[in-house]
Ligand binder design. Structure first.
Ligand code: HEC
Length: 132
């Protein structure tokens, strides 16, 4: 009986660990590769500057359309978004569906794994562009 309980407990631990992984599913290394699709327009890291698009440092918790010196669309300025995982994934999945009138001309990332991974990659960077 005791060993059955222990087995059940062990299974519970493994399950919890897997569930935890499912929530934080992103793989930053894979996300760095996904970010190649964004690099034509966006920069991230200590030397990042605004280019075609705003730099993406400290994106986790950043207010949308808040990078100084970048001219955003009125649509994004008025969207009232603060970037967290859910808002970010929705936006990169289909930018124009989330923010009608955004000037981010990008068809979107249909794959949820790509969304998770690129979020995991970008979330590493603090506002100063250093990896946290
Ligand atoms: C063709 C250029 C282009 C590509 C490629 C592109 N973006 Fe953008 N992105 C923009 C522009 C332009 C804006 C500003 C949108 C606005 O003002 O409406 C933007 C805005 C954003 C914002 C909001 C930034 C803020 O300060 O609020 C995020 C987040 C973002 N992009 C993520 C991504 C990710 C992730 C990718 C790659 C999967 C990507 N973008 C690919 C052009 C691009």
């Amino acid at each position: 009986m005791k060993s059955v309980t222990r087995l059940a407990l062990a299974a519970g631990v493994v399950f919890t660990a897997m569930a935890g992984q499912a929530i934080a599913a992103g793989d930053p290394a894979a996300g760095e590769k996904v970010f190649n699709k964004c690099k034509a327009c966006h920069q991230v890291g200590e030397t990042a500057k605004n280019a075609v698009a705003p730099e993406l440092n400290g994106i986790n918790g950043r207010k949308a359309a808040s990078v100084e010196g970048y001219t955003y669309s009125d649509a994004l300025k008025g969207a009232g978004i603060t970037w967290d995982e859910a808002a970010f994934k929705e936006f990169v999945k289909n930018p124009k569906a989330k923010v009608a009138g955004t000037k981010m001309v990008f068809p979107g990332l249909p794959s949820e794994a790509d969304q998770d991974n690129v979020w995991a990659y970008l979330s590493q960077f603090g506002a100063d562009g250093k990896k946290k």
